[in-house]
Design a protein. Structure first.
Length: 343
């Protein structure tokens, strides 16, 4: 039994983004049609070409929605009520992937629009009688920030409230903490609405950790996405090495969890934790050396390990149920990530 039918239309917000483009790909590959939102259609031209070549005409379309800003180069835009009303017309499923990824350290520029965007699209979904399923792209940071060498047990009821408090109390908060606070507050707002209004469609959330694997945008290999950090480290940049040990997830697994969140009634009301396996940079360097034995990557000292325990079995079981395999391993994912990088 599936919540929606093959050939039904699924809305994917911010479809030209790293995760969202893979989400769209997985829905198309599974036999659904996709409507993607973008701030300008031109930003998604590469996807139109890619998807028409792969899946044929009439399966993918793009509509403009000026609702959220995505990259560090974007400017703040007011999110107006009803911004998604037209985009949701005729859809059976909604994957709300869009988020504020400017990495500003100003809470009002990140947390406020992220929450408002999530609430706006839920309101729009409630007006469209054909909507049967909604999945929200949350983040591991909605539960916790990486804390190396600290044993933490994460449950379905774990929230990163301490980071939210610190962000609002600090005069100069860390940008990544502000992002984590935005995902915490937005996901909590989604579940609050679900509890209070009991919408006529199922709702789930996907909480992915650090995503790897190639970026679909041919010009995005060194963008601001987490996949680009792997590429940057592979080509010698030290900038990504500031990020601490944590869990990773292959972005195709993240995208498949979105499909599952839409189509499987068992996902209703669930937080699907996308925590495949923990890693640190020395693990990545070891895989780099397998790809390029003459590369110069020196192991880092005192990195530690992410010792947190997350409830990721339910998500992996659903992957096995629908795709015949569990998590993609770090080795396969990292090697695929750097396969197209020219050095």
């Amino acid at each position: 039994m599936s919540t929606i039918n093959k050939g039904d239309l699924v809305l994917v917000t911010d479809v030209n983004g790293y995760i969202a483009s893979h989400v769209a790909f997985q829905f198309l590959e599974a036999g659904y049609r996709v409507r993607g939102t973008s701030r300008t259609k031109q930003k998604s031209d590469y996807l139109v070409e890619l998807f028409e070549k792969k899946f044929g005409p009439g399966k993918f379309e793009v509509v403009e929605v000026h609702a959220l800003f995505h990259s560090i180069r974007s400017k703040l835009q007011e999110i107006h009520d009803g911004a998604f009303d037209e985009a949701v017309k005729g859809v059976a499923g909604i994957a709300h992937v869009a988020s504020v990824l400017t990495f500003s350290n100003k809470p009002d520029e990140v947390i406020t629009p992220t929450v408002k965007g999530a609430l706006n699209i839920l309101t729009s979904a409630s007006k469209e009688p054909g909507v049967k399923s909604f999945v929200y792209t949350s983040s591991s940071t909605a539960a916790l920030l990486p804390q190396p060498n600290k044993e933490i047990t994460v449950t379905k009821d774990t929230w990163n409230d301490e980071t939210v408090r610190q962000v609002y109390e600090s005069k100069n908060p860390d940008a990544f903490s502000v992002y984590g606070a935005s995902k915490t507050e937005a996901e909590k707002a989604v579940w609050k609405v679900v509890k209070e209004t009991n919408p006529p469609f199922q709702v789930s959330a996907v909480l992915p950790n650090w995503n790897t694997v190639a970026i679909l945008d041919p010009n995005g290999a060194f963008s601001s996405s987490t996949a680009s950090w792997i590429n940057q480290a592979f080509t010698g940049s030290k900038d990504p090495l500031q990020y601490p040990p944590q869990y990773f997830i292959d972005v195709d697994d993240t995208a498949r969890l979105h499909v599952i969140g839409i189509v499987d009634p068992a996902a209703n009301g669930q937080r699907l934790f996308g925590f495949a396996e923990p890693f640190n940079w020395n693990d990545v360097f070891r895989l780099f050396r397998e790809v390029k034995p003459d590369g110069e990557w020196e192991d880092l000292q005192c990195l530690g390990r992410d010792l947190s325990q997350a409830p990721n079995k339910a998500a992996e079981d659903l992957l096995r149920k629908h795709y015949g395999k569990g998590w993609t391993g770090l080795k396969e994912s990292v090697k695929a990530n750097v396969a197209a990088v020219k050095t």
